[in-house]
Design a binder for this molecule. Structure first.
Ligand code: SF4
Ligand code: SF4
Ligand code: FES
Length: 541
């Protein structure tokens, strides 16, 4: 058990672990010490001098980031005239040479200089001369494929340099020249091109580093933000999904020290672009000539029920899921498979590139295109002892073993996937009956006899279980288009044809059923799941 020491910050007494620095300690007391160069996951350099505080018994102001609590009874003042004068002085220095081009700067609205100018600066500058230090020709330097530098805006905090040295350990960035001419750049012949490179944009406190993708795309104050999860792989990185009028504009990493910490990969940031695919917005049936006809949901669901019941009485039915199928959707698919009496069920295991996101415990890894295969296993969507696994089900489709297939395509990342291969699609076209629940007009939907439109993960809520067997919840960020139902609504309505008394209709209600069956979820409530997820006792393979 670490030593706890008490200290008083602005009259509030708290206890912190010995060695905690004053910037972190102050947060616990509900006091903010302004800072630029300090970042909790980077080495402490004490460079920007913005975090100066007054400590009783110490003659001069001290930097909060470099001062650790090492003895009991320290008294610290942040709200103090001397500190205020120092903060105003630091802001004045920082702004002498700053271009103050906020109206055309992408960082405006989430900029450390703007925020601290309002809170800790003053309304005038004593430096009235016109000539600012500038870096001619260095206003838009591509540092790599994802990041652009405007050196005029840099406040030389070195967070970006330390990030590439200490987090990615790729060391592409350095400080060049000396004194007031010091500048950030890549080493000759190098570029900033590592899997996490856009994280430097997140940690740059000003608009010096901007994202190639997001530059000029949107003013940040127009964005609505929701806590969500990346579905790019099974690492399960926590994100904030940011959209304007239902158009997703960006994913940003959301702090979860147990999973992705402050970071996410560049690939994951771009996965929302898959959601710009054309949608299907009503159930539709394809006839033998390949012509499709739109149906109402009532007709679509009763057709699915009829086709599945008939197929189950004549032969084998396979129940298959892929992509970002949530744990709750997997649970309902399992109940449907039970109702159809088939053990041929499961989620496709789709290997993907190896990705690692550093965290204080050594990092989280992902190497599957399916972000929630483990959640499906938890929900029981796995072949029974006599059943066929997902690959067998696909082979069965090719050889005509199955009289019907019910496929839930959770989509998300991985456009090029096991169900988009031409040979599989041709086999599916020949298979008995293929019912697809999908969100985009994919080749799979076009190959289906009956297609039912479902929401994307951005348009629904649910849980995913990542590669660490950590169950994490995400919220609905945007509404689904008219005519589209969430996977849970569509599957629960279909299940009611088989089980008329089945009462659950919402994600929380389905989760409650799941929790009643699984010991490690006993007593948990969907709405009360911890913000950083729930580590399951069982390790799901
Ligand atoms: S580019 Fe941004 S993160 Fe890097 S030193 Fe300059 S201000 Fe700091
Ligand atoms: S590691 Fe995986 S889950 Fe994390 S951001 Fe990248 S693709 Fe998304
Ligand atoms: S945050 Fe302490 S000196 Fe920069």
């Amino acid at each position: 058990m670490p030593d706890l020491l008490s200290l008083t910050i602005d009259g509030r007494t708290i206890e912190v672990e010995a060695g905690t620095n004053l910037v972190d300690a102050s947060l616990k007391a509900g006091v903010q010490i302004p800072h630029y160069c300090y970042h909790p996951r980077l080495s402490v350099v004490g460079q920007c001098r913005m975090c100066l505080v007054k400590i009783d018994g110490v003659p001069k102001l001290q930097t909060g980031c470099t001062t650790q609590v090492m003895k009991d009874g320290m008294t610290v003042h942040v709200d103090h005239d001397e500190v205020k004068t120092a903060q105003e002085g630091m802001m004045e220095f920082l702004l002498i040479n700053h271009p103050l081009d906020c109206p055309i700067c992408d960082q405006a609205g989430e900029c450390g200089l703007q925020d601290y100018s309002f809170k800790h600066g003053q309304a005038f500058s004593r430096f009235s001369y016109e000539d600012k230090r500038t870096y001619p020709g260095k206003e838009r330097i591509p540092l790599g494929p994802s990041v652009v530098l405007n050196m005029n805006r840099c406040i030389q905090c070195t967070r970006c340099v330390r990030f590439t040295e200490e987090i990615t350990e790729t060391g592409e960035l350095g400080f060049f020249q000396r004194g007031s001419r010091a500048e950030i750049g890549v080493f000759p012949g190098n570029e900033l091109d590592n899997p996490l490179s856009t994280c430097v944009v997140d940690i740059c406190p000003v608009g010096a580093l901007t994202s190639t993708e997001f530059r000029f795309a949107e003013r940040v104050w127009y964005l609505d933000k929701k806590p969500s999860l990346c579905t790019g792989c099974d690492a399960g990185c926590n994100i904030t999904l940011e959209h304007r009028r239902e158009n997703i504009r960006r994913y940003k990493p959301r702090l979860n020290a147990e999973v992705n910490d402050h970071w996410m990969c560049d690939y994951g940031r771009g996965t929302f672009r898959a959601y710009s695919e054309p949608r299907i917005t009503s159930p539709e049936r394809r006839n033998a000539r390949g012509e499709t006809r739109a149906l109402s949901w009532a007709d679509g669901l009763s057709s699915a029920h009829r086709a599945l019941t008939q197929a189950a009485s004549m032969g084998r039915v396979g129940v298959l899921a892929r992509g970002a199928t949530t744990t709750e959707e997997a649970y309902l698919l399992r109940r449907l498979a039970d109702a159809l009496g088939t053990g041929d069920r499961g989620v496709l295991h789709e290997p993907g590139p190896e990705r690692t996101i550093p965290n204080p415990n050594g990092g989280v890894r992902g190497n599957e295109l399916t972000p929630n295969r483990r959640g499906a296993l938890l929900a029981g969507l796995a072949p029974t002892d006599t059943g066929t696994d997902p690959n067998g089900i696909l082979e069965g489709a090719v050889t005509g073993d199955h009289s019907a297939l019910l496929i839930f395509d959770g989509g998300a990342a991985g456009k090029d996937n096991a169900l988009s291969r031409q040979s599989v699609l041709e086999a599916l076209r020949r298979a008995g009956t293929v019912i697809v629940l999908g969100w985009a007009r994919t080749a799979l939907v076009d190959a289906a006899d009956l297609a039912l439109p479902i929401a994307t993960h951005a348009e629904t809520a649910g849980t995913l279980v990542n590669s660490q067997s950590r169950l994490q919840r995400f919220e609905r960020a945007i509404p689904a288009p008219a005519g589209v139902r969430s996977g849970v609504e569509a599957l629960a309505d279909l299940l009611r044809f088989f089980e008329p008394d089945f009462g659950a209709a919402t994600v929380a209600e389905v989760f409650a059923l799941l929790a009643s069956e699984i010991s490690s979820l006993a007593g948990t409530d969907f709405d009360q799941l911890p913000a950083n997820g729930l580590q399951l006792e069982e390790r799901l393979g």
